[in-house]
Design a protein. Structure first.
Length: 132
């Protein structure tokens, strides 16, 4: 099951992550980007609007899972629950990342092969959160 594997990948990355917040978030975003790269490869192989719609749905589902995983990771690293404002910023940042990933898939699918793509996603996320 693809969804279970994707969720497990993010959870494992968050469990292993520690240390400074930027590095920990970077590890989770690298795992997120790798999962989306695998999904993009499947979509390219299938072709057609139905495959693209399924990939976008999987992207949205993955973004929501990433939000939950990141909320738990940040709470653990901060040694406190996220504030209401931080939670709201996390939701907005995840929506922005979802758009960035969809745009990269359309315009520059090779970006997913770049090891720095996850780091770029992490910088966008951290900038929006103003944490760490």
């Amino acid at each position: 099951r693809k969804v279970d594997g994707s969720a497990r990948c993010l959870e494992e990355a968050a469990t292993r992550a520690g240390g400074p917040i930027p590095e920990a978030v970077g590890a989770v975003m690298a795992a997120f980007a790798a999962e989306k790269r695998r999904g993009l490869g499947l979509t390219a192989a299938l072709r057609g609007p139905k495959a693209e719609m399924e990939w976008r749905r999987a992207l949205a589902d993955g973004a929501r899972r990433a939000e939950g995983v990141l909320a738990g990771l940040l709470a653990r690293l901060l040694s406190r629950p996220l504030s209401a404002a931080e939670t709201a910023r996390l939701s907005l940042a995840i929506a922005a990342l979802e758009g960035a990933v969809a745009t990269a898939a359309e315009r520059d699918p090779q970006a997913f092969a770049d090891p720095g793509f996850g780091a770029l996603l992490a910088r966008v996320l951290l900038g929006a959160l103003d944490i760490g």
